[in-house]
Design a protein around this ligand. Structure first.
Ligand SMILES: Cc1cc2nc3c(=O)[nH]c(=O)nc-3n(C[C@H](O)[C@H](O)[C@H](O)COP(=O)(O)OP(=O)(O)OC[C@H]3O[C@@H](n4cnc5c(N)ncnc54)[C@H](O)[C@@H]3O)c2cc1C
Length: 469
């Protein structure tokens, strides 16, 4: 007799290359279920921008399943209690799920499966979020890598499995479902309109983005990916974060293109982030380099507020923070500059910046976010040496030389000549007048002086080292 299999969706909102769904379809009848369980998310509750994306992703997968005459059951509350009820009500005998890698979620999955197995329910997990399971690549002595390049080389010796096709599905029925609106994922005050204008959170749109990237951008990606106004990046990260896009499908599609290697390398940075998360799960809140526990961070709410609102007086930093607020996204180069500014110029703990990103990014991803912030702070794996402190002015002049990116996100500086666009405070009065810029009124003076902030950061680093000796 065919099995009756519950397929538990979490961050894998896709039909194509969904290993749990595909395998379930081979073995029996399926019932796709989603449970919104905030407790299960531990201290990493879905951020505000991600909630909007989740809302839309749920609509999309529900519609796609409906096109195949398959129901999508939505529930809210304690995952184990709800799964048990559905199993009891439907006589289901198996639970299939794609692995979640966040430490708290992984732990909870293990506990739930242990309980259900004791109740004679077959439980199977599958890898859908990564190219390879996060423990696959390790050193010859079995230890995890902490440096990217050797990890990358070892990774390239592995075979990435080919994606699964969309399966033919037969369901069994269950009527007890909530509506997506019942989850109340959308904000009460509507600040999401601008973000919504920039994205179409569907599985089909994900493949459109990927194909557009492969046809128009990939050739110039390696040379141009660091320049925010060139927009040569793919912007697939939120689709990967929510599992609407299969990383394996991306990998094989791009690997078949001659110019794909630089992009594949970035995909493998994502794998490396998950490798680190798997082996060093404490790093979501604590520095990988324990010495940084003694770093003399500052508590400075006013500066944090200026940073998060894009009012630091450094145009590239402000442009990035405003892009984030308006679109739920920020270009990678600018992420590096704004995060460095927070932890080095302002000496505010990286965890505070990571939490802000977590709440505002549509691609919020615990592994990538943690690795990105720890890298910038100098406390992570293969991190930037602490003394390499990004100068937000020279970064702007190098990667946004005409100021196009700044002009887009900081329009009050729009009429400044290129020469002053990244340092309006040195512009002569007549130039500022002509551009309608009144420093301190229409646009802030820098909240810290770069040279002084740099010296203070290096001093703080020395103080940390002294406290260790
Ligand atoms: C402080 C900081 C925080 C970050 N937080 C996140 C986050 O929450 N979620 C997230 O997905 N990325 C994060 N990143 C990494 C990176 O900025 C984004 O993955 C990238 O900007 C997404 O844009 P894209 O899809 O156009 O990337 P592309 O350049 O087109 O690259 C393709 C894919 O490769 C992966 N990738 C690219 N760069 C990196 C990288 N540096 N680290 C890991 N994977 C990478 C991503 O999955 C990306 O979608 C962070 C970086 C920094 C410095």
């Amino acid at each position: 007799m065919k099995q009756r299999i519950i397929v538990w969706f979490r961050k894998d909102f896709r039909l194509y290359d969904n290993p749990a769904l595909y395998s379930a379809a081979l073995r029996g009848k399926v019932l796709p279920v989603y449970i919104y369980d905030e407790k299960y998310e531990g201290s990493w509750r879905t951020g505000s921008a991600s909630k909007w994306w989740l809302h839309s992703a749920l609509y999309d997968i529900k519609e796609r399943l409906a096109e195949l005459n398959i129901p999508f059951i939505i529930q809210k509350g304690n995952s184990l209690t709800i799964l048990r009820k559905i199993i009891r009500d439907t006589n289901a005998d198996a639970l299939y799920l794609n692995v979640r890698h966040e430490p708290h979620a992984y732990q909870q999955d293990q506990e739930i499966m242990k309980q259900l197995r004791q109740e004679d329910i077959v439980c199977h997990t599958f890898e859908s979020h990564l190219l390879l399971p996060s423990h696959t690549v390790k050193k010859a002595n079995g230890e995890p890598y902490k440096v990217f390049t050797p990890y990358y080389k070892a990774f390239l010796n592995q075979m990435v499995p080919k994606p699964f096709p969309i399966p033919e599905l037969i369901s069994f029925s269950y009527k007890d479902t909530l509506q997506i609106e019942d989850l109340q994922l959308l904000p009460k005050v509507n600040w999401i309109d601008d973000i919504a204008k920039n994205w179409e959170p569907t599985e089909r749109a994900a493949y459109v983005k990927l194909r557009t990237f492969a046809s128009h951008k990939i050739v110039d990606y390696e040379m141009g990916r660091d320049f925010p106004s060139h927009a040569l990046h793919s912007a697939i990260s939120p689709y990967l974060a929510f599992g609407q896009l299969s990383p394996r499908a991306v990998y094989h599609y791009i690997a078949s293109k001659q110019e794909g290697h630089a992009f594949i390398r970035q995909l493998i940075w994502r794998e490396f982030a998950y490798h680190l998360l798997h082996h060093f799960p404490h790093t979501v809140t604590e520095p990988l380099n324990g010495n940084f526990q003694y770093f003399p961070w500052r508590d400075d709410e006013d500066s944090f507020e200026a940073w998060s609102k894009g009012r630091t007086g450094y145009p590239l930093v402000d442009a990035g923070m405003r892009e984030l607020w308006a679109t739920g996204f920020m270009h990678n180069r600018v992420r590096m500059v704004v995060s460095s500014f927070l932890v080095k110029h302002l000496l505010i703990p990286w965890q505070k910046g990571a939490a802000w990103f977590w709440d505002t990014l549509v691609d919020a991803d615990l592994a990538n976010n943690t690795m990105g912030w720890q890298w910038v702070a100098g406390s992570g794996a293969d991190a930037a040496p602490y003394f390499r402190i990004f100068n937000p002015v020279t970064q702007g002049e190098k990667f946004d030389d005409t100021g196009e990116y700044v002009r887009k996100w900081v329009p009050e500086l729009g009429s400044l000549p290129n020469k002053y666009i990244h340092k309006p405070w040195i512009a002569p009065k007549n130039v500022l007048d002509e551009a309608n810029v009144i420093l301190g009124i229409t646009y802030p003076y820098p909240i810290v002086d770069h040279a002084a902030a740099r010296a203070r950061a290096l001093h703080a680093y020395e103080a940390m080292k002294k406290s260790l000796s």
